[in-house]
Design a protein around this ligand. Structure first.
Ligand SMILES: NC(=O)c1ccc[n+]([C@@H]2O[C@H](COP(=O)([O-])OP(=O)(O)OC[C@H]3O[C@@H](n4cnc5c(N)ncnc54)[C@H](OP(=O)(O)O)[C@@H]3O)[C@@H](O)[C@H]2O)c1
Length: 266
């Protein structure tokens, strides 16, 4: 909704409202979801606006944001995992989201120039100060998950890694999270913005199971991810009310053990 190819604000707000109407209670964003250098936090501002304009009770909605990635405005994505940057970034996110404490704050991506302990140690400080309620990490290896859990004194709430039918190498981290009782948020769970529409065409087993249930291959994909472990919380992207409604219905789609095994092996 806020990066390249963004829809207009009205459609974005209608999509977020459709998500809330469908019972979605987790919204993932990041301060780096913007295009131009002078609009940091475009997506956080949009989400705050949409939540404020929704008629229902938003007290049970968890907005998860991230810091540590930057977009200088030339189309690139850079990283800064330093304590100074993260402390400044969290203040910006607090203001844009209009909250006293961020529900879930995730360190977006390891910065090779900064010790991981410094970046995650900053999340520990923010937790202790009450500026964030939960701490998470993203794009993390199994070793980094264990290190973060150690630095945070057992308070690592979530790990957000890429995972989809086309990208399964982070199953190692998914299984580790299941073992440790940490939420695992697959990002680009449908294969990413430019591949999601082709999911059924590229992954025949998903299309076949979808046909048997009379639902979309995308919905089957999300139901399969949910079935892999109780800690899995997929965060499908949407820019239209129709797609988020279809995705949200995955929570009510139960696959048989045989179907899950078939999709995992496909
Ligand atoms: N931590 C990280 O480094 C990182 C990196 C990338 C993404 N993310 C997170 O992951 C989220 C999702 O990733 P993503 O947007 O890149 O990829 P994605 O969720 O795999 O795919 C998004 C695309 O799927 C389409 N779609 C969604 N639900 C659908 C359905 N039920 N049926 C058919 N099409 C459907 C959407 O279409 P429409 O646009 O037409 O609605 C959109 O184009 C992002 O919003 C972000 O929060 C995190």
């Amino acid at each position: 909704m806020s990066i390249e190819g963004r829809p207009d604000i009205d459609r974005s707000v209608r999509t977020i409202h459709a998500a809330l109407d469908a019972g979605v209670t987790l919204i993932d964003t990041a301060d780096a979801y913007h295009i131009h250098a002078d609009e940091v936090g475009h997506n956080e501002t949009l989400i705050a606006q949409a939540l404020a304009g929704w008629g229902g009770d938003t007290s049970g909605v968890l907005v998860a944001t991230k810091g540590g990635h930057l977009r200088p405005g030339d189309g690139s994505w850079t990283v800064d995992g330093s304590r100074g940057h993260l402390r400044e970034a969290v203040e910006g996110s607090l203001k844009r989201l209009g909250v006293d404490a961020i529900g879930l704050y995730q360190f977006h991506r390891p910065d090779p120039a900064v010790p991981y302990e410094e970046s995650v140690g900053t999340l520990r400080e923010l937790l202790d100060e009450g500026k964030i309620r939960l701490a998470g990490i993203s794009n993390a290896s199994a070793e980094q998950i264990r290190e973060a859990q150690d630095v945070l004194g057992g308070r690592l709430a979530s790990v957000q890694n890429q995972f989809s039918p086309a990208f399964r190498s982070s199953e190692v981290e998914l299984r580790l999270c299941a073992e440790l009782g940490i939420a695992f948020l697959p990002w680009s769970p449908l294969g990413g913005i430019s591949n999601a529409a082709e999911l059924g065409a590229k992954h025949a087993a998903f299309a076949e199971v979808a046909e048997q249930h009379g639902v979309s291959p995308q919905q089957v994909t999300l139901a399969w991810e949910l079935a892999l472990a109780p800690v899995v919380l997929p965060i499908p992207g949407s820019s239209r009310p129709e797609t988020i409604r279809d995705s949200a219905a995955a929570a009510d789609l139960t696959l048989t053990d045989d179907e899950v095994a078939r999709l995992s092996a496909a």
